[in-house]
Ligand binder design. Structure first.
Ligand code: GDP
Ligand code: MN
Length: 384
């Protein structure tokens, strides 16, 4: 689950990371009121769950409350990468002298978090990794020992940060790391972390942007964070899938897949590609799926206009093949698909499952091995 910039920064702030003063507005009038309260120049920032808002025109500087209202109206009527802007963050504008990057992600290969810093702030870290990898400094953090002072010093020095900011950098890095761990995040990022000039002329660090991705599997431990989910940012399909307990990812291909188990779903997609097809989705109905969940899954697949064939690949263990067959039939009664369907049901109660499908009268292509099923699905999609 992704958090908005304003949500991420508020979490960071609880861990002592300095953020600009500001608030969220859903109307131009609210934006104006916030600007008036803050006094002085503000930035109006679209709150959408995609990167590169700046380049897309979703971040604007306003010198007066009048201008804040006008720009907020403009940004609130925008769509960024297909997402309508429904909220803007109005922050006190920072006088930026230097932009750096600071982030923590899970390094799966190393089986621990890695903290990264770069002197090239404001640029996407993936791009820096491509164009100027030496600019990125990394430290792996032992989850039992935690982030150590020598590690943050290594990062600060490595990116050439002026020593006057090292102490503050250390505090921010620790705050960010703590926020990451205690939220069960898979990513926590400040980009840019800036050196800003304060009113009295002194310089200090400030987190101007924030981004967090939380591990959905950890959300049950954080009801307060789970509540932050912005359902407006989900497509109706994603929302229906989540509420039904399905792992669903829409893709561009033409073969709709219904599979039980994430690993088997990945393998199914691979083998479809191997035989020259393209999967229309990743869909894991999970273990022990009941007929109702299977029916929802099939409805989601068939709602995709690109789907030219459907492949059911069910390996019955805890999931019973007859239960899956019942779900398929329930869905077929509602949505009358005009695309061919290939079923491979093996394992627990497979005979019963197959019998149900056969007796139903729906023409269903059957297969016993995964390779055979994939080939038949690719073939069927071609002939549709
Ligand atoms: P992103 O484009 O979605 O990553 O949004 P950011 O919040 O990172 O903003 C993009 C860029 O806008 C930053 O790298 C800064 O250069 C600039 N920016 C953001 N906030 C301020 C601000 O308060 N003052 C100034 N002068 N520039 C800002
Ligand atoms: Mn940014």
């Amino acid at each position: 689950m992704k958090l908005h910039e304003y949500q991420s920064k508020r979490i960071f702030a609880r861990y002592g990371v300095p953020i600009p003063e500001g608030d969220v507005a859903t109307t131009p009038e609210e934006a104006r009121a916030i600007a008036e309260r803050l006094g002085g120049p503000v930035v109006i920032k679209s709150q959408v769950l995609v990167g590169g808002r700046g380049k897309a025109g979703g971040i604007k500087l306003a010198k007066t409350p009048d201008e804040a209202e006008r720009l907020a109206a403009q940004i609130l009527s925008m769509e960024i990468k297909g997402l309508p802007v429904r909220k803007v963050l109005v922050d006190r504008a920072a006088d930026i002298r230097q932009e750096i990057y600071l982030g923590v992600v899970v390094d799966r290969a190393a089986a621990r978090p890695v903290m990264m810093a770069s002197s090239e702030g404001g640029v996407e870290i993936e791009e820096v990794a491509r164009t100027n990898p030496e600019a990125i400094k990394k430290v792996h953090v032992d989850p039992f020992i935690g982030l150590r002072g020598y590690q943050t010093r290594y990062l600060a020095k490595g990116i050439g940060l002026d020593p006057t900011f090292h102490r503050q950098f250390d505090r921010i890095a620790h705050g960010l790391y703590q926020a990451f761990v205690e939220s069960d995040a898979s990513l926590a990022e400040i980009n840019p972390l800036v050196v800003t000039a304060n009113e009295d002329g002194s310089l200090s660090l400030l987190a101007v942007d924030g981004k967090m991705v939380l591990d959905d599997n950890g959300l049950f431990r954080h009801p307060d964070l789970a509540e932050m989910r912005d359902v407006d940012e989900e497509t109706p399909t994603e929302r229906e899938a989540r509420e039904a307990g399905l792992s669903y990812v829409q893709l561009e291909g033409e073969i709709g897949c219904m599979v039980n188990g994430a690993g088997l779903a990945m393998a199914t997609m691979d083998i479809i590609k191997h035989f020259g097809g393209e999967p229309a989705n990743f869909l894991d109905i999970g273990g022990g799926a009941k007929a109702e969940r299977v029916a929802t899954a099939l409805r989601l697949i068939l709602a995709d206009p690109n789907v030219k064939a459907v492949l059911f690949n069910i390996f019955g263990g805890i999931t019973r093949c007859d239960e899956v067959a019942r779900g398929i039939l329930t869905a077929l009664e509602e949505v009358k698909p005009d695309v061919p369907m290939v079923a491979r049901l093996v394992g627990t109660n497979e005979e019963e499952g197959r019998r149900l499908l056969e007796e139903s009268g729906y023409s269903m292509i059957t297969a016993t091995t995964l390779a055979e099923a994939a080939q038949k699905a690719v073939e069927a999609a071609r002939n549709t």
